[in-house]
Design a protein around this ligand. Structure first.
Ligand code: PBG
Length: 328
């Protein structure tokens, strides 16, 4: 490369049209997945205080929301359920009439073209708030949990889920779910594995939204330790071996290096979860007038894509889709 004054980097920045022509990363509505929190009852549209603009929705209120997802061209939603009651096994996670199973049917009936991704975990459904079944000593029993997760996945597939997303961070969960789906006649249902899911402080607002905070202790014995990136590559490699079709890094913004490494090392699509705490920070600052919400949101989502994410799960999906549309 020649140097100054032969090279002047500013030449290609001189006008909006020139800048548009040399853009390296283009965020698209096609990249986005919008998370939804579904709950029992009627006429429930309860805003989640730390997540302005995001609500728990009853099934009747879900339909208009799906309508706007369709209108905005967002290809997929990710479902989380708030059960009517919680128990030690998290049984509503796998019941045929569980809230997520009902929501899947409602969505697939109204808008069959929308890809319904379902989170497979037990923390929303257990009375202790952990992502698995507890052993007598109170620790999470990995292998006993696998069967419950597999049952939940099959029950979601039976209800019509298009993509299954295991997020409990149990060893062997992808294998257990893949085998159960195949045995149940759902060999065609892809798995989007939460492979490198960190034990993160950025999930705080989600736990309010999903009413899923652990009643004691934390998730550090199953979710990944934030300083580790090589270990994330092992997690991802294992999940691919076990049958994951898409792998995920979560959270996104504090782990862009992990996304970039995963993208370089593996050839499966990489998803990134722009989590609740990342959303809450932008909203809080914007509400105070400290940040321009539109600029920083599109900048952050573009950064996630630039790092290597093929798919981005984000609470910003609807507003981002609007902004992207208005730009063109
Ligand atoms: C379920 C699950 C969590 C999130 C997605 N799936 C919470 C957790 O692990 O405590 C977090 C998503 C977010 O913060 O937006 N285990």
């Amino acid at each position: 490369m020649s140097s100054f004054p032969t090279t002047r980097m500013r030449r290609l920045r001189a006008s909006p049209a020139l800048r548009r022509m040399v853009v390296e990363t283009r965020l698209s509505v096609d990249d986005l997945i919008y998370p939804l929190f579904v709950t029992h009852g009627r006429n429930v549209q309860a805003e989640i205080p730390p997540m302005p603009g995001i609500c728990q929705l009853s099934l009747d209120r879900l339909l208009p929301e799906i309508g706007s997802v369709v209108d905005l061209g967002i290809p997929a939603v990710l479902l989380f359920g708030i059960p009517s009651s919680k128990d030690p096994q998290g049984s509503e996670a796998y019941e045929p009439n569980g809230i997520v199973q009902e929501a899947i049917r409602v969505i697939k009936q109204a808008a069959p073209e929308v890809i319904v991704v379902t989170d497979v975990c037990l923390c929303e459904y257990t009375d202790h708030g952990h992502c698995g079944i507890l052993s007598d000593g109170g620790s999470v029993d990995n292998d006993a949990t696998l069967e419950v997760l597999a049952n939940a996945a099959v029950s979601q597939a039976e209800a019509g889920a298009d993509v299954i997303a295991p997020s409990a961070m149990m060893d062997g969960q992808v294998h257990a779910i893949r085998s159960a789906l195949d045995a149940g006649g759902f060999g065609g249902a892809p798995i989007m594995a939460y492979s490198a899911k960190y034990s993160s402080g950025f999930y705080g607002p989600f736990r309010v939204a999903a009413e899923s905070a652990p009643r004691f202790g934390d998730r550090a014995s199953y979710q990944m330790d934030p300083p580790n990136a090589r270990e994330a590559m092992r997690e991802i490699a294992q999940d691919i071996e076990e049958g994951a079709d898409v792998v995920m890094v979560k959270p996104a913004l504090a782990y862009l290096d992990v996304i970039a490494r995963a993208k370089r090392r593996f050839s499966v699509p990489v998803a990134a979860y722009n989590v609740s705490g990342e959303y809450a920070m932008v909203k809080a600052a914007a509400q105070n007038g400290w940040l321009d919400a539109r600029r920083v949101t599109l900048e952050a989502l573009t950064a996630i894509k630039r790092a290597g994410a093929d798919l981005i799960i984000s609470y910003h999906a609807k507003e981002a889709a609007q902004w992207l549309d208005a730009r063109s």
